[in-house]
Design a protein around this ligand. Structure first.
Ligand SMILES: *Cc1c(COP(=O)(O)O)cnc(C)c1O
Length: 360
């Protein structure tokens, strides 16, 4: 059976070499006589796996020493609550940028804990652009500013990091973390569910500046208190051990590839090839302003939506799967995260050109 090019928005493809290594090690991890999934999270072997993964992630992202890296569970959706619980620090308000479906969810969850000031919204343009720095109306006394650098559903990515004049910036990087280098010091907190660009579902990465920890709102569950996890090296309770191990293999794969500069160059080429193909045709269209187009999630429509089903069926027959757009947006969406090989995008654009020639 041939492996397919899976364009799913998440859970998404993993690098084939990572899966092969996991396969090699599945019955006996490096002479331990055990699968990693069978190991105690307190044992010497597993602790070395966990520490190596954290150190490789720190190296890839050049995480400064005054930041904690947490390996949690509960998905990015749990962070929608954990962020206000931990970062309000006695304040009653936070700024949120409303740029798509995921920021909307983050906003509605935050409203359970504080006054939300929507500091910018692009809803009137159907979330097809990123707001400019000049549009941001930050509130006096906001405890932090939250935004979604890459909106996975709409395919909109900020071309810049907002300047918040010293207010901690919080970023939901679920669908963009590790796609390119970032300057972690610009952020107070970064979080990401792993299943887009990091590893399997079940693991959530949080990178947080130490001085923001330790003032959770009253009633914060222990499991939602970042400081508890930081003080216990993410082992307050049993972490998602196997997902953490697989993420570690992905970090090694990225390092072998040359790190995030090398990954960024590949991702830029993949995105350009796909957007150029869409723009060169009257048959395909992408609604997002060119400067805010996502490198990771590329939504596109066919000139005749009646052909959508045929497109999906024939794509699947050509081993190009999960291209259906999100139900809220329609059309198609190709998610081309780190693990999607360039050959996958080349195969997709070849299929698109051929489909247009026959049906356009
Ligand atoms: C997928 C996604 C989420 C939700 O992640 P879960 O891990 O399923 O909770 C949140 N934000 C963004 C930007 C996403 O892409």
């Amino acid at each position: 059976m041939a492996r397919v090019f899976n364009f799913s928005a998440g859970p998404a493809m993993l690098p084939e070499s990572v899966l092969r290594q996991a396969q090699d090690e599945i019955l006996d991890w490096q002479g331990s006589g055990m699968c990693v999934a069978e190991m105690s999270h307190r044992g010497k072997e597993y602790l070395s796996i966990a520490a190596q993964a954290e150190s490789d992630l720190r190296e890839l992202l050049k995480v400064p020493v005054n930041y904690k890296v947490l390996f949690l569970q509960g998905g990015a959706s749990s962070q929608f609550a954990a962020v206000p619980m931990n970062l309000l620090r006695g304040g009653g308000a936070a700024d949120y940028l409303n740029t798509g479906s995921w920021s909307k969810k983050a906003i509605s969850e935050a409203r359970r804990y504080c006054a939300v000031n929507v500091a910018a919204t692009t809803e009137d343009s159907k979330f097809t652009r990123a707001p400019s720095q000049d549009e941001l109306k930050l509130a006096d006394g906001a405890a932090y500013v939250h935004y979604t650098p890459n909106e996975t559903i709409e395919g909109v990515e900020f071309p810049y990091v907002p300047d918040t004049a010293g207010i901690p910036l919080v970023a939901d990087m679920s669908s963009t973390l590790l796609s390119r280098p970032i300057d972690v010091a610009r952020f107070g907190l970064i979080y990401a569910g792993a299943q887009k660009n990091i590893g399997p579902a079940g693991l959530t990465i949080v990178i947080v500046r130490e001085d923001l920890l330790g003032q959770p709102i009253a009633g914060t569950p222990t499991m939602f208190d970042y400081k508890i996890h930081a003080d216990n090296d993410s082992m307050y309770n049993t972490p998602a051990t196997y997902a953490w191990y697989l993420a570690g293999l992905v970090f090694k794969w990225l390092k072998d590839l040359g790190g995030l500069d090398a990954m960024a160059a590949i991702n830029a080429r993949k995105a350009k090839l796909l957007y150029d193909t869409i723009d060169a045709s009257d048959f395909y269209a992408n609604p997002v302003q060119p400067d805010a187009r996502s490198w990771m999630n590329v939504p596109f429509t066919l000139a005749n939506p009646e052909l959508d089903e045929t497109f999906l069926k024939e794509a699947k027959a050509a081993n190009l799967t999960t291209l259906k757009g999100h139900r809220s947006v329609g059309g198609m969406r190709a998610s081309i995260y780190n693990a999607m090989p360039e050959a996958g995008v080349e195969a997709l654009v070849a299929f698109m050109r051929e489909f247009e020639r026959r049906q356009g």
